[in-house]
Design a protein around this ligand. Structure first.
Ligand code: ZN
Length: 148
């Protein structure tokens, strides 16, 4: 049996967005109080007896979320609203993909990897009821699953 330690830390941030390819009300500009849970994993602990220091999570990915996502409007690159808001001095985060919960989970996952955190998954709650999760699986796991 293989042992595994997992730790997680949550962060919250407010953001605005709209989904250009949505047929319903999500195509209109609106905001969310988002909550993200970043899960780190390792089969062994460091010399401090930790997977990672919670403080290090706060000063790396937590700071990035605060600086980059909090109180921002997050738009897809083809959204004409981006230029209008930028003209007014509003800080806009422009993505190459639609700013859905799924894509925001992946965005935060990728940044956590960049910070050197042993991230195994990121869950993102757009509302209290609706969440998306992003994780990456080893190629052999994917092949095994597709054979079943
Ligand atoms: Zn929304």
């Amino acid at each position: 049996m293989k042992r595994m330690f997992t730790i997680s830390r949550q962060f919250t941030f407010c953001y605005g967005h709209r989904l250009l390819h949505h047929s319903g009300r999500c195509s209109r500009l609106h905001g969310h109080n988002g909550m993200v849970k970043i899960n780190l994993q390792n089969d062994q602990l460091n010399t401090q007896g930790m997977v990672a220091d919670f403080v290090d999570m706060k000063t790396s990915i937590g700071e990035w979320i605060d600086q980059t996502l909090d109180h921002r409007v997050i738009l897809e690159k083809n959204d004409t609203l981006a230029a209008v808001l930028q003209e007014q001095g509003e800080p806009v985060l422009v993505l190459s993909v639609e700013p859905t919960a799924e894509n925001l989970a992946k965005l935060i996952y990728d940044r956590a990897v960049d910070f050197g955190l042993p991230v195994c998954s990121v869950s993102f709650w757009e509302t209290e009821q609706c969440a998306a999760e992003y994780r990456e699986m080893a190629a052999e796991t994917l092949m095994k699953n597709s054979e079943e």
